[in-house]
Design a protein around this ligand. Structure first.
Ligand code: NDP
Length: 449
């Protein structure tokens, strides 16, 4: 065991040198390392074949120019990416993000997390992530279409139904997937399941839009049941008001919980009466059709709007960060703890900073990392791939039942690898080791490739 810190230091210092300008990527790998390295020590084959070192290096990183013409007739140039991280257990799979903050560090962190997440689902999917620094905010439909077509013109050379199957993420929803699918079909002259999150009319799966938010709530319900409790009557704080947040809120309401907050990048609303079904319908319309700001919710329902802040100071039992990475810092975590928060379930990818995670662990808050808690989205994407291959569609109930089963199994895996001697479940450790084992074994079996 003495060797562990040394090995950790060597691994970390090499990784830091190689990826010096990639803070988010380093953060994601280090978060996994502290759980994985002791496990690797017990399995010397993984150490001998440098499996973790291999996993921290993308199989391929593609960077390309995306030129397009805006509504004023001006030329715009964006940068496109696809990070194909690991395909040891299946074709690359992972979302596309369109947001001005997108860069190689953010996409490598997301791709690295995706590898472990996809493994946890138990479906045969490798991990990837991609996107562009294109900002969809304020763009017309025509501009979005032109951008998506240009982006796909290059991306189409690198993906395929058995190679790499992208999906949505921040800034990429049904509309963008539709435009990209159309362009792929036109370029390749074939109708294949090359993207997931497609419209129902052209190969989409029922429950895919709902899957990440629903899956998150199914996972949190499992965590509570493990403690002999349930979501009914619980006070929930949610950040974000996009795809993941919307369906997490919907499922919390169905479970009889009270959702007190929602947010966007400008601020959050606090509704002590709870977001009910009618108010949620307003959020759907506001965000998905009018693409407006969350402040309008406060104006309409006469509740508080707090500009430029996150909702972590609100008294709650469960916190569901569903917006973006590093949105929940140490200070926010301390506020949650002092207000009696029992569970943090990550709908977003890496929303908690390392400082926040330490606070949760020190205070025995049950902390479910995104790679486990938000895996429902990619799981149903995997089910969409299966349906496309079979040229068949399952019913809503069939997909939802499979999603529930997958989330239950991920929870079981986390408990298996994360149970501590005092009975406390370390979900982070459980998810990291549980996700790692399958990929590592597949990599060992396939040799040095
Ligand atoms: P959306 O684009 O639908 O919504 C994103 C939400 O987060 C919006 O409310 C947005 O506000 C807010 N947001 C984005 N960036 C920031 C920021 N820098 N600071 C504060 N708020 C921000 O994305 P999704 O709901 O699809 O994704 C949310 C998170 O969930 C991401 O971390 C994503 O990687 C993760 N995820 C998504 C999955 C999916 O299936 N969609 C699957 C698994 C994980 P605004 O409108 O102001 O930008």
């Amino acid at each position: 065991m003495d060797e562990i810190p040394e090995l950790t230091n060597e691994f970390i210092s090499n990784l830091s040198k190689r990826n010096a300008n990639e803070p988010e990527f380093l953060q994601a790998v280090f978060e996994v390392t502290e759980d994985i390295l002791p496990f690797i020590e017990q399995n010397p084959e993984f150490k001998k074949y440098k499996i973790l070192e291999c996993m921290a290096e993308p199989e391929r990183a593609i960077l390309f120019r995306v030129p397009w013409i805006n509504d004023k007739g001006e030329i715009e140039i964006n940068r496109g990416y696809r990070i194909q991280m690991n395909s040891a257990i299946g074709p690359y799979k992972g979302g596309l993000r369109f947001h001005p903050s997108v860069n190689i560090s953010i996409l490598k962190f997301l791709a690295f997390e995706q590898v472990l997440k996809n493994s946890l689902t138990s479906l045969p999917m490798g991990g990837a992530k991609g996107g562009s620094d294109f900002d969809p905010k304020g763009k017309s439909d025509t501009e979005i279409m032109k951008f998506c077509q240009s982006f796909m013109t290059e991306l189409s050379n690198h993906i395929g139904p058995n190679t790499d199957v992208p999906a949505g993420d921040i800034g990429v929803g049904g509309r963008e997937i539709g435009y990209m699918f159309g362009q792929y079909r036109r370029l390749k002259r074939e109708f294949t399941g090359v993207l997931t999150g497609k419209g129902m009319e052209f190969g989409g799966s029922l429950i895919r839009p709902e899957a990440t938010g629903y899956g998150l709530v199914y996972f949190v319900e499992e965590m509570l049941q493990q403690k002999g409790d349930s979501l009914a009557g619980k006070k929930i704080v949610v950040s974000g008001s996009g795809n993941v947040a919307q369906y997490a809120i919907e499922k919390c309401i169905e479970h009889g919980a009270t959702v007190l907050t929602a947010s966007d990048s400008d601020g959050y609303i606090y509704d002590p009466a709870g977001i009910d079904k009618e108010k949620l319908a307003f959020i759907f319309e506001l965000k998905n059709e009018r693409r407006g700001r969350i402040k309008e919710y406060a104006d309409r329902y006469g509740c508080e709007y707090v500009e430029g802040k996150k909702p972590w100071n609100i008294d709650c039992d469960v916190a569901l960060p569903c917006a973006t990475q590093n949105e929940l810092d140490e200070e926010g975590a301390l506020e949650l703890v002092s207000n009696g928060c029992l569970i943090v379930g990550e709908g977003a990818n890496m929303p908690s900073t390392p400082g926040a995670i330490t606070v949760f662990q020190q205070n025995k808050v049950l902390y479910a990392p995104g790679k486990a808690a938000n895996a429902g989205g990619v799981a149903v994407s995997g089910l969409e791939m299966s349906q496309n291959s079979m040229r068949y569609s399952w019913t809503k109930k069939e997909v939802d039942t499979k999603l529930k089963e997958i989330m239950k199994n991920i929870h079981k895996t986390c408990v298996k690898y994360g149970r501590q001697s005092d009975g406390f479940i370390d979900y982070k450790k459980g998810a990291n080791i549980g996700g790692f084992v399958k990929v590592a074994n597949a990599m060992l079996a396939q040799g040095l490739v």
